[in-house]
Design a protein around this ligand. Structure first.
Ligand code: ADP
Ligand code: ASP
Ligand code: MG
Length: 407
């Protein structure tokens, strides 16, 4: 018998009516004869609400306690969905992450799944039940509740699909697929029929929150067929798959953006070996992830060193750099936390020159100043002032004609 994993995000289970709607979709799918494992998120806004409660007590809550708190959101929806299924005459059992034996490491608030013991789930499926699992959570070796990072229910679904060797993992959400860019920013964005794992991973890493990065990584690694589709309108959605000949041969598949950026510069650093390590060492020691790095060509034996970090880490990074500046005898430290990153993504870039210059020209025409640039084989990212985000995304969408299907 075919086995599918469905995942319903926060908006899809945001009200009791929507939970009932999801239940009716599940019953319909079950009638077609498949085994179903369903992963649900917390009701929309609930995880933020819980975080808000914690922050009223502590700015930096204890991560172990935070996980105990945040995991409650999904515990509510699994139970409600099972009740809704029961009323439709569909036998179902709910499982928290621990009950589903989703074993993770001990990294509270960003835990990684190590193993899933699927024996109980399989037993339920064999009895004809729908299995409903709480997304976003697991349990570590000590028996403590862990969570998988924001958007982590996607990863729960993909990991379960891999462990159960499901025929497909269907991510039901509030958009009917993966678009050329976030349709909330560019209404002309176009739904893609297919996108490669590689491109989707790049889009997710560069800020497209439609799928959690780890979910895409997992799906690529274990070859889980993954589809993003709407809870509310029927349609084929977007299949995330390996590159093949049937794929649209697009130069650019999409535009991703990230608002959570900040940049820091140490000016007038003596130009000598070991400078990069001396600046970035304390940043790494403080567990702050660095994204783009630019070191200018030296003039008068000094240079400027710039890098970007997550906006949340900006105050801490600024503080650390002040100490570094004193130690190195650098001139001054400056920073800006009102910047964003906009990226073009596409495997077609590999075999085409001139994309970067076309991108820069289009932005220049609109008077948008580029502050930093970084490229890889399949992406070009630029850092811009925050106020240009929408304009830049729409300008690039037009310049590369992403609203039109490639022929
Ligand atoms: P869920 O709660 O179902 O997990 P999310 O809010 O995490 O849903 O993800 C869906 C949202 O992702 C959409 O509403 C959309 O605004 C946003 N999004 C960002 N980039 C894209 C993209 N390229 N294609 C589709 N949606 C995108
Ligand atoms: N509820 C969690 C969050 O809001 C997990 C998820 O929705 O995927 O991030
Ligand atoms: Mg999500």
């Amino acid at each position: 018998m075919a086995l599918y994993v469905h995942k319903y995000g926060g908006t899809s289970v945001g009200t009791i009516d929507r939970i009932k709607h999801v239940a009716s979709k599940i019953v319909q799918a079950k009638r077609q004869g498949a085994d179903l494992v369903v992963v649900v998120s917390a009701m929309s806004g609930e995880t933020d609400r819980l975080l808000g409660l914690a922050r009223q007590i502590q700015q930096q809550p204890n991560p172990r306690e935070l996980d105990v708190l945040l995991a409650t959101g999904e515990q509510v929806t699994i139970a409600l969905l099972c009740m809704a299924l029961e009323t439709l005459g569909c036998p179902a059992s709910s499982y928290t992450g621990a009950q589903a034996r989703i074993l993770t490491d001990a990294a509270h608030t960003k835990a990684r799944i190590l193993n899933i013991d699927t024996s109980r789930i399989r037993k339920d499926l064999a009895q004809g039940k729908v299995v409903v699992v709480a997304g976003f959570q697991g349990v570590n070796e000590e028996g403590d509740i862990t969570t998988l990072g924001r958007g982590g229910s996607d990863t729960t679904a993909v990991a379960l699909a891999a462990a159960l060797k499901a025929d497909e993992c269907l991510i039901y959400t509030d958009v009917d697929g993966v678009y050329t860019t976030d349709p909330r920013i560019e209404p002309k964005a176009r739904r893609l029929d297919r996108i490669t794992f590689e491109e989707m991973l790049e889009m997710a890493s560069l800020g497209s929150k439609v799928l959690q990065i780890r979910a895409v990584e997992f799906a690529g690694k274990y070859n889980v067929p993954l589809r993003v589709l709407s809870t509310f309108v029927e349609g084929p959605g977007t299949l995330i798959t390996y590159e093949d000949e049937a794929m649209e041969q697009a130069l650019i598949s999409g535009i991703a953006f990230n608002r959570d950026e900040a940049k820091l510069t140490v000016e007038g650093v003596p130009d000598r070996p070991g400078i990069a390590a001396a600046i970035l060492g304390p940043i790494a020691d403080a567990n702050i992830e660095v994204d783009m790095i630019v070191q200018n060509v030296a003039e008068d034996d000094t240079t400027d060193f710039t890098f970007t970090v997550h906006r949340n880490d900006y105050p801490k990074a600024l503080e650390l750099l002040e100490q570094v500046r004193r130690d190195l005898g650098a001139r001054r430290v400056t920073g800006d936390d009102r910047i964003v990153k906009v990226s073009l993504v596409g495997v077609g870039m590999r075999s085409h020159a001139g994309i970067a210059s076309k991108m820069f020209r289009a932005l220049a025409k609109e008077g948008i100043n580029i502050r930093m640039i970084s490229t890889s084989e399949i992406k070009i990212s630029v850092v811009l002032d925050e106020k240009y985000l929408e304009l830049a995304v729409r300008t690039l969408h037009d310049a590369f004609e992403l609203d039109k299907a490639p022929c």
